[in-house]
Structure formats: C-alpha cells, structure tokens
Design a protein around this ligand. Structure first.
Ligand SMILES: NC(=O)c1ccc[n+]([C@@H]2O[C@H](COP(=O)([O-])OP(=O)(O)OC[C@H]3O[C@@H](n4cnc5c(N)ncnc54)[C@H](O)[C@@H]3O)[C@@H](O)[C@H]2O)c1
Length: 370
C-alpha cells in the first residue's frame, strides 16, 4: 500500500515554489522530480528541495517512482499535460483555472475517469481556513440570508504582463487576463457558498498594460445568483501593495467581513446570537491565518494534504473537477458579457458552447477595454 504520495512537478515557476514550501514537512507528500521547459527553473526548485531534474516530462510520467503530478504550468497547457498524465496512470493536482474553455475542462474530467486517477484542481481558496469558517457561519444562519456579496483580489502582475512574450495576460496562453487568472478564485468560493450564478454583467479594462496581445488587467463583474443574492467581484493585476483578498457578505440578519491582510481575517456581526459577548457586536473567531505571504503557504498546505489523503485513502476530493469547471464557466460568462456589452446568462453560454465552442468567447478579448 502507498504510504506517501510521490509527486513529479511539471512547471517550476512561482506556484511550484509555493507548493514546495507548503509540502516540505509533510508526512504524506514527497516531491521527487521536476521538469520545466527552462532547465534553470527546474534546477532552482530541485536545488532548494532536493529533487531530481528531468530533461523531459515523459521520464516523469513513465517513472515508477512517481505516483502523481503537480501541474504548475501556464493555463493553455493544463489540458494536454492532464490528459497525458491520466493516460500513464498518474494522479493529477493541477493549478487553477482548470483550463480556458469548457471543452478542455470536460476533456480533463473524461481523461481522469478513463485513466482511473484522481484529478483535483488546486484552488487554494477552497482550503483557506478563513473561507471554511465563512462557509460554516453562512450554513449556521448567523447572518440570515445573504443578499449582497462583494469580492476583491488585487495583486501586482505588471512585471510579467509588461513582457509581450510572457504567457500571463495572453488570451491564447492564459485564457484571458485578470478575470481568468484571479476572479476564478472568487467564483470557485462564491459558487460553493452561494450556489450557481444566474446572470452576469462585466467590464474589462486595460488600465496600465496597453500591449496589443494582452487582455484585461482590471475587471469588474456584477452578478445575480440563483438564490437571489446580488454581488460584485473586482479584480486587479495592477495593485502596488502586497497581494490581498477581501470578501463581504451582507445578510438579512448580519454581516461577515474578511480581509487576508488582517491577522484575524474574519469579522462577524450577527443579530441572531441570543446571548453572550458576541451578541450585537463585531467579533473575530480564532482561525489559522497569517497575512501575505503565509496565507498562500497555509492554504496550499491544506489543499495539497487533502489531495494526498484522497490518493492514499481512495477518497474523492472535496473540490470536484466539475466545480472547478463551473468556476471557469462563470469567467466565460463574464467575457461573454464584456464582448456583447450585455448581461450574459448560463443559457447564452450553453448556446455558444453548442454552436461556436467556448474558445470563441476568449478570442479577441485583448481588444476590449472600457
Ligand atoms: N493558487 C494560487 O494562488 C496561484 C498563484 C500563482 C500561480 N498560480 C497558477 O499556477 C500556474 C502557473 O503559474 P505561475 O505563476 O507559477 O507561472 P510561472 O510563469 O511563474 O511558471 C510557469 C513555469 O512553467 C514553465 N513552462 C512554460 N511552458 C512550459 C512547457 N511547455 N513545459 C514545461 N514547462 C513550461 C515556465 O518556464 C515556468 O517556469 C497557473 O495555472 C497559475 O494560474 C496559482
């Protein structure tokens, strides 16, 4: 019986370093080998974490020493590498967004099923303790029915976005700009907390990155969920302070505020608490958290440990690939709306999927800026 999941790392950039740091003391996970099209990137990761560098990824896929792959590659490569890994019987932990089109997401799900392997999309926001706490508070009804939600992520991606040849921000290689890269995190957790999106209206802007082949560096999406809650998600790749995330939930009986830069990241105000010191005042429950960069390490550790447990114990990941696909679908809803200048619904998206295919939605988004 497998005692530890041995991983080969495919793609050794920023995300791979976060995973490696998060897993370095794990009993269940061992990173054993690394491949990157830029040898020096694989070598750098390998030197820090004592891995073997492979000159080609097939050696990793064929190796009996490897049980699973960690795919930390640009978005346009997620599908192909997942399919090949599944064919060789390797379990797959693949970074978000699952892929840039719904067809690729379906393909990845099909390949994992056919190969009989576990597939989980590494959506670290689903594993952040602060987010798990919010989900519980919502389920306990402490703020009543959520009627308004706001989500925000802001980072500085300007160094990579400013390079015309870099994959980030390229519709072809990244599936779009900041909406695909960052808002997908928010949609994954809002779908989990509030259910499906019924309609969306989206603005894309190129505020600082004016390169012809790069898409939105700032985006705003307004949405209504099937449960009636309305909301906005605002994402920016041009924020010159440490990366940050926020969520605000306003309910019929209370409020939740969350901010990754706070040491106690969740504040709750509830009018349904009947007695005790938390009645009718803001309170912040204890939760495992540290501001940037530690929230990355904490969430990656919980995420990667969960995936390893699923492999070792034959369980299904709590973040199913179908849910990761749903988050991509909300991003595409946003791009569809931005392209048409109109509200977009899942029925519109389905129509595009069954006629032109969802790749057609992201084609040309680099030309859109309000
Ligand atoms: N969950 C998070 O918070 C988080 C944070 C950062 C990145 N990510 C995700 O991780 C993935 C990688 O992003 P990143 O920021 O690490 O990118 P990156 O550009 O820093 O790293 C990507 C690596 O892939 C390599 N690469 C490119 N083409 C390749 C190929 N054909 N074969 C092998 N290697 C190749 C590059 O040389 C580079 O080393 C993306 O899906 C991104 O969205 C997630």
């Amino acid at each position: 019986m497998m005692k530890q999941v041995k991983f080969g790392v495919l793609g050794c950039g920023t995300a791979a370093h976060f995973h490696a740091a998060a897993c370095k003391n794990s009993r269940n996970i061992k990173l054993v080998s690394a491949f990157d099209v830029k040898y020096e990137n694989a070598k750098k990761l390998a030197d820090i974490y004592n891995l073997t560098v492979s000159r080609n990824y097939q050696d990793i896929l064929k190796s009996d020493e490897v049980d699973a792959v960690l795919i930390t590659l640009p978005h346009f490569l997620h599908n192909d590498f997942t399919v090949e890994a599944a064919e060789t019987g390797k379990h797959i932990l693949c970074e978000k967004p699952m892929a840039s089109t719904l067809e690729e997401c379906d393909n990845m799900i099909k390949a994992a099923k056919k190969g009989g392997v576990k597939l989980m999309i590494a959506e670290n926001h689903r594993f952040l303790p602060a987010h798990k706490l919010i989900k519980k508070v919502l389920e306990e009804g402490l703020i009543g029915t959520p009627i308004l939600v706001r989500g925000y992520e802001g980072v500085d991606e300007t160094p990579d976005l400013s390079k015309p040849e870099h994959w980030k921000g390229s519709p072809e290689k990244a599936g779009g700009g900041v909406l695909m890269d960052a808002a997908v995190h928010k949609f994954a957790i809002l779908n989990w907390m509030l259910g499906d999106v019924a309609l969306a209206y989206c603005w894309l802007a190129k505020q600082m990155i004016k390169l012809e082949n790069k898409a939105d560096d700032n985006a705003m999406m307004f949405m209504k969920f099937e449960n009636g809650c309305i909301g906005e998600v605002v994402v920016s790749d041009t924020v010159f302070s440490p990366p940050n995330n926020r969520l605000e939930f306003y309910g019929t009986k209370g409020t939740i505020l969350e901010d990754h830069s706070w040491t106690k990241p969740v504040q709750i105000f509830s009018t349904v608490i009947e007695a005790g010191e938390n009645r009718y005042q803001w309170y912040s429950p204890e939760v495992e958290h540290e501001p940037f960069p530690m929230y990355y390490i904490i969430s990656f550790r919980h995420e990667d440990e969960h995936f390893a447990e699923c492999v070792l114990e034959g369980k299904e990941p709590v973040f199913a690939p179908e849910e990761a696909k749903k988050a991509v679908a909300v991003v595409l809803l946003g791009y569809l709306s931005a392209k048409t200048g109109k509200i977009a619904t899942p029925a519109d998206l389905e129509k595009m999927a069954s006629t032109k295919g969802t790749r057609s939605i992201i084609e040309g988004v680099e030309k859109i800026s309000i």
